[in-house]
Structures are given as structure tokens and as C-alpha cells.
Design a protein around this ligand. Structure first.
Ligand code: ZN
Ligand code: ZN
Length: 416
């Protein structure tokens, strides 16, 4: 590359943020970095910082969009019903051994366009079955993990199609990422993150004090959804604390405050307001209708077969597991960029997730069995996928145990 695609000092600060606060690596701990081969320069820096922070060993799990696509197009059909035993063993032995997990994402949003949906669907099923023990550790805080994005040419071109050269779009995406993760501008990112986490936690406390029995979400795009919340639900946001007592940031950036719906207490329709990327394909202009928590109908103008896969591939993906509140007037939303990447787009919009609830969204949930979680009212599933429905006119009204109605969101922003 002839031009400098990123500000080197910003990149160093971003890597420090990801390693020391994202996965919050501790002395003597192992780290697995899952990284696209094109982003090797990022993994090299991350490994160096991890060792400086005291990591005992750092492992790499490389990937490549083009190889993954070639495999989906050309491999023997029966391959997609299996998950490699060595890969399952690696994820299990590292997670059981207390390693931290960093995922670097850079995916072309439409990398698997044209691949037979059946192959994607079967592999989605096979990997969720194989990785269940690892996934359980992820959602219960049994390991510290973090997801951070690094531009790739294909992704940057999708976000900035009119930027000129591939290098110009990469540069624009880097600038947007540094901005969103609070690395650019005045001051140290770590200090800014401290203030940001405090601000999120203040609102978390307010919502937990109200302890709504239900919330009603409505906007002019067509969303009209009434959602009961479990008796012992908790709102959370601004990072997480793992079972070992250390804080971590599962997502960098994070702007959301979230909880879990009563899995069988959701009625009405939600209309998506941003394209959604699922298994390397786009789903757009879609709606989903729920009755007693279960998906009863759905439609999409783009990628309906992938929405169908999202809902039907894995057991209990036809119930909701997350409700997350993000103001329309918030830093990433105000950038006005459609990132075609859930890590970024979900932090610009109120969103829901189909599939598993995070057990920490109910009191004591992290120590509960799957049966106990279900009995406490949250969905249990071997997968989780977010989709965005926020808008500038989103209204959310909460109802308390005494029947009091409280406006939580008005015109897309918090009213409390
Ligand atoms: Zn979320
Ligand atoms: Zn989610």
C-alpha cells in the first residue's frame, strides 16, 4: 500500500484499549486471537501488547473471506453437516483453561452471496452444536472476550462506495472506527471510556429502579410491540464483569443498555430499520411478528431465505433473547454511516436479538442451569443474533408493578 491507511498512534491506542480493557488480559493468562489473514498487522500488535500485559501465551486462529467462500462453493456437500473436531477441541481446551478470546472482525458483508442457503444453514447448525460449551462460557461470563473491528477492502468499499480508490475507502473506515471507539480527538481513549461507562451505568440504575413489568415499543416504521420483562430482570450496560471478577468489554464500541424479554411474553410486530448481515448475506426491509413470544410470521424484501435461516436453523431462535436501548442521538448514530457490520450498526440503534438471553439479565442467572434460566423467564438457545429497529421517532413506555406508565423513550431518545 502506498498511502498510510491509518494514524499509527491511534492504532496503537486502539490495540491497547482492546487488549487491556476489552479482554483485560491478566498475568499468566492465555489469549486466542481470531483474525482475518489480511489484518495480520493488527494481530501482531495485539500479540505484543498482550505479552507486555503479562499474557503467558498467545494463540492465533486465522481466517480468510475468500477461502471461506471457496469452501462453501466447492467442498463436498457433507462437509457442511460437520464442524472440524480440532477446531472444537481448541475452543474447548482454551476456554476451559481460562484463556481470553479476542475476535477481530473485518468481514465483507456479502461474502457468501450466491452460496446455497442450505449449505450456510447446515453449517450454522453444525457449528452451534459443536461450539455449545464455548458459547455457554461466552454468554455466562465464564471467559473474558471482546470483538473489535478492523477494515478490510471489501468491507470498506461497501461502507464508502464513493470514496474513490480502495485505499481511500479503507482510510475513511479507519477514521470512522477510531472516532466510534473514542480513540480520535482530545484526551486518552481509556479516560473517555471511563466517563462513558459511568454515563451508561447511571441509566442502567434508573431502569433497574423502575423495574418495569412490561414495555411498549412503537414507531411510524411499523413497530408496535408489547414486551413483558421477567420478574427478576436486570438492565445492564457499559461493560461486563466475568465470573473471575475482572471487568471486560465484550464489544468495542458499546453504546447500549440491555436486558432480556420474558421469552413467552412478547406480542406484536417489529420492523427492521437497517440492513442486517447474517452468515455473509444481507437481509433488508423486513418485519417479524410475535405471539406469546414466538415468531409467527416474517417477511423481507431482500434475503428472506436468510431471515428464514436465522429464525429456523437453531432451536429457540424463534424467541427473543435481548432488548437493547440506544439513543437515536448517540455518537455512532450521529456519524450517519451504515456500517453493514452488527458490531457497529447495533450501537447506532435500538435492537433486539433472536436466540439466547445473556443470563446476567436476570438476578443470579450466571449461576443457573439452562432449565432454571428458562423457569425464570429468559430464552435459552445455542445462538444469538441482533437486528436493529430504532428510529428518530421511537417511543417506549414502561409500565410498573403499580400500573404507573413512564415514558422511557420519546422521539428516539431517552426521556428519563
Ligand atoms: Zn446488544
Ligand atoms: Zn446481542
Amino acid at each position: 500500500m502506498s498511502k498510510t491507511l491509518y494514524n499509527e498512534a491511534y492504532l496503537d491506542e486502539y490495540v491497547e484499549l482492546v487488549i487491556r480493557h476489552g479482554v483485560n488480559i491478566q498475568k499468566g493468562q492465555e489469549l486466542l486471537i481470531s483474525c482475518p489473514a489480511d489484518c495480520a498487522y493488527f494481530a501482531r500488535k495485539a500479540m505484543a501488547v498482550a505479552f507486555e500485559a503479562g499474557a503467558s501465551n498467545v494463540h492465533l486462529r486465522w481466517s480468510d473471506d475468500i477461502c471461506a467462500r471457496t469452501k462453501f462453493l466447492k467442498a463436498d456437500d457433507k462437509v457442511f453437516d460437520t464442524f472440524p473436531a480440532w477446531d472444537k477441541l481448541m475452543m474447548e481446551s482454551l476456554s476451559e483453561g481460562g484463556a481470553a478470546f479476542l475476535s477481530v472482525v473485518a468481514q465483507d458483508p456479502e461474502v457468501f452471496k450466491g452460496v446455497a442457503p442450505d449449505r450456510l444453514s447446515r453449517f450454522n447448525k453444525a457449528s452451534s452444536v459443536a461450539l455449545k460449551p464455548y458459547f455457554e462460557k461466552i454468554i455466562t461470563g465464564g471467559v473474558r472476550w471482546s470483538i473489535a473491528a478492523v477494515p478490510s477492502e471489501a468491507w470498506a468499499k461497501k461502507v464508502f462506495p464513493n470514496a474513490g480508490s480502495a485505499e481511500d475507502s479503507m482510510k475513511s473506515l479507519w477514521e470512522s472506527i477510531f472516532n466510534a471507539v473514542r480513540v480520535s480527538g482530545d484526551g486518552k481513549a481509556v479516560d473517555k471510556w471511563g466517563a462513558h461507562k459511568d454515563a451508561l451505568r447511571r441509566r442502567v440504575k434508573l431502569l433497574n429502579d423502575y423495574h418495569f413489568e412490561s414495555i411498549h415499543l412503537k414507531n411510524s416504521a411499523g413497530t408496535d410491540l408489547v414486551m413483558k420483562l421477567p420478574k427478576t430482570h436486570l438492565w445492564t450496560g457499559g461493560g461486563d464483569v466475568a465470573k473471575d471478577g475482572f471487568e471486560f468489554l465484550p464489544n468495542i464500541p458499546t453504546e447500549e443498555i440491555f436486558s432480556a424479554p420474558q421469552f413467552d411474553g412478547v406480542d406484536g410486530t417489529v420492523v427492521g430499520t437497517m440492513p442486517n448481515v447474517f452468515r455473509g448475506n444481507l437481509i433488508d426491509e423486513y418485519s417479524i411478528t410475535f405471539k406469546d413470544g414466538k415468531v409467527v410470521s416474517y417477511d423481507a424484501k431482500v434475503g428472506k431465505e436468510h431471515l428464514e435461516g436465522m429464525i429456523n436453523d437453531i432451536k429457540n431462535m424463534d424467541y427473543l433473547g435481548e432488548i437493547a436501548l440506544v439513543e437515536h442521538d448517540s455518537p455512532i448514530s450521529n456519524m450517519g454511516i451504515l456500517f453493514y457490520n452488527t458490531l457497529y450498526d447495533e450501537n447506532a440503534s435500538c435492537h433486539l436479538a433472536l436466540g439466547s438471553a445473556y443470563p446476567d439479565c436476570i438476578k443470579g442467572g450466571g449461576a443457573m442451569s439452562e432449565e432454571e434460566r428458562k423457569a425464570a423467564g429468559i430464552n435459552v438457545c445455542d445462538s444469538h443474533h441482533d437486528f436493529m429497529f430504532g428510529s428518530a421517532d421511537m417511543s417506549i413506555v414502561g409500565t410498573t408493578a403499580s400500573g404507573e406508565k413512564v415514558t422511557v423513550f420519546e422521539n428516539g431518545n431517552f426521556a428519563i
